[in-house]
Ligand binder design. Structure first.
Ligand code: 13P
Ligand code: SF4
Length: 319
């Protein structure tokens, strides 16, 4: 539509005027991902978003994603202005792990190394020894396990359970879940596989264990896109937010991609997965953030310094 074109032009102009770069997650709208790509920004998983923002020389980072991604950018680059299209875009994992209850949980288990998923508030990160994203979670836990450490893990019980199963590490799990991935059902995916037995199943590890069990590949959003490229199969069933299809289809233009059904009772996609908070990012509020610096992210200084330590450990971690 013409008004979208006008907004896109305005955003491009403002990005230049403000010396700003757009960092977008794969789950945001296609138009936002396209803009990030066209303007020298990046479209990435949460670890790559953090790395890109920390290294980029722009004075302003515009983070299109959810709140923890903007906070992470600010913690890593306090000298930069960090803007988000909306500060209301949260995450069910973040909501389900309040800092005070989490601190009490940690206090009860002082002998354990505290590892938290990136999908948490700055206050929860401040209490952690390590922050990880789904792309390096297994590697970090293997490393800690080899040092004989017992783990306290939060907040995603599915990702935690998957890592525990894969590594055999001693992990105490917080009881949190992603409301989007929690909806995938193995039955729906198996029904689709019955129709297309040659299809490969790609799953984000925030999905429940029965779904992870039937996966050919389990990985972060970037890892799933890479797998789509590398797998020999021409049909792919993908269990993660539908936003990923924009870049995944570009990566494999000749392959057929299926959204894993969330209903569990049919082979067709009756209600597909889409994160309500990622969906809050739009061209209008993105332009607004750049125009009047609304949606600026601030992190309390003392908290920032505490949260920086486990985040830097994550960024410096080599397999
Ligand atoms: P990735 O690190 O795989 O991009 O995951 C972030 C996320 O919020 C998935 O729901
Ligand atoms: Fe959080 Fe799930 Fe949305 Fe990712 S998809 S931001 S984990 S609610």
């Amino acid at each position: 539509p013409a008004e979208d074109e006008a907004r896109i032009d305005e955003i491009k102009r403002l990005l230049e005027e403000r010396n700003a770069v757009l960092v977008a997650h794969y789950y945001t709208d296609d138009a936002i991902q396209q803009l990030a790509e066209e303007t020298g920004g990046c479209v990435a998983d949460s670890l790559e978003m953090a790395r890109f923002g920390a290294r980029h020389e722009a004075a302003t980072l515009v983070v299109a994603g959810v709140r923890f991604m903007g906070e992470t950018a600010k913690i890593l680059s306090p000298e930069k202005r960090v803007l988000m299209p909306t500060l209301e875009a949260t995450c069910s994992l973040d909501i389900g792990c309040p800092a005070d209850a989490f601190a009490a949980f940690c206090d009860q288990h002082p002998e354990r190394t505290v590892v938290v998923y990136a999908n948490t508030s700055a206050a929860v990160k401040a209490r952690a020894d390590w922050v990880v994203t789904s792309s390096i979670a297994v590697d970090v836990i293997e490393h800690l396990q080899a040092r004989g450490e017992k783990i306290l893990w939060a907040p995603d019980k599915h990702l935690g359970g998957y890592i525990q199963h894969k590594t055999g590490a001693d992990m105490l799990l917080w009881d949190g879940a992603c409301i989007v991935h929690d909806e995938f059902k193995a039955k729906g995916i198996n029904d689709l596989k019955a129709l297309y037995p040659d299809a490969a199943v790609l799953v984000h590890p925030e999905s429940p264990a029965p779904v992870v069990e039937i996966a050919d590949v389990v990985g972060s959003t970037s890892q799933l896109i890479n797998a789509a490229r590398e797998l020999p199969q021409q049909r792919l069933i993908v269990a993660t937010d539908r936003g990923i299809f924009f870049k995944m289809q570009q990566a494999v233009p000749g392959k057929t991609l299926f959204e894993a059904p969330t209903a569990g009772n049919g082979a067709t996609c009756k209600s597909c997965a889409h994160c309500p908070w990622m969906a809050m990012n739009a061209l209008d509020n993105l332009a607004g953030a750049l125009r009047d610096y609304s949606g600026e992210v601030f992190v309390d200084d003392a908290l920032r310094l505490e949260a920086l330590k486990p985040l830097e450990r994550m960024l410096n971690f080599q397999r």
